[in-house]
Design a protein around this ligand. Structure first.
Ligand SMILES: [Mg+2]
Ligand SMILES: [Zn+2]
Length: 171
């Protein structure tokens, strides 16, 4: 299967820093349309998200799962089926293999679903998202300038867009 991988914070929802409450979750304008367009073009949708706030003790894994269940319901209400959500609960010091830019979450997804990486896409808002995708053979990468400062000149991303609304133009 071919997949569009989405980072969560700064791609699906507005970056607020360690988001863990539904009332703070605000969908970024255009994300539903992008998902619908990729879905109707035969892509599955998978979320891959670093959640170091769990190991840092800012919120619990249960908090994360409650937000995730709510988020998935909102997608469903828009006719969008998210195939799966992979998350890394670790902080930068734990040296796990899943925290982006490491490829662990993509490998977990591939073990579970057997993914056509060269024909898949990654949308992120940090260079770490792009690096992680590149390291598993995804060269179709999109950096959106929605949250973090982006060093566009030194980015390895294939595309850099001002808004997620532009993502569907690659189809
Ligand atoms: Mg992000
Ligand atoms: Zn991890």
């Amino acid at each position: 299967m071919k997949v569009i991988f989405l980072d969560r914070d700064g791609v699906i929802n507005k970056e607020v820093g360690y988001l863990h409450k539904i009332e703070d979750f605000e969908f970024i304008d255009g994300v539903f349309d992008v998902c619908l367009n990729f879905q109707s073009s035969g892509y599955e949708i998978i979320v891959v998200t670093n959640q170091s706030g769990i190991e840092r003790g800012y919120y619990s894994e249960e908090d994360f799962q409650l937000v995730t269940q709510w988020m998935l319901e909102q997608f469903k209400n828009h006719g969008i089926q998210i195939l799966d959500v992979f998350f890394c609960p670790h902080g930068p010091e734990s040296n796990c293999d899943c925290r982006k830019p490491k490829p662990g979450m993509f490998n977990q997804a591939n073990d579970k679903y057997s993914i056509d990486m060269p024909n898949s896409w990654m949308v992120g808002d940090k260079e770490a998202d792009i690096q992680a995708a590149n390291s598993v053979g995804i060269s179709n990468t999109i950096l959106v300038k929605s949250g973090h400062n982006i060093d566009e000149k030194n980015s390895k991303s294939r595309f850099v867009f001002n808004s997620i609304k532009q993502v569907s133009t690659v189809l």
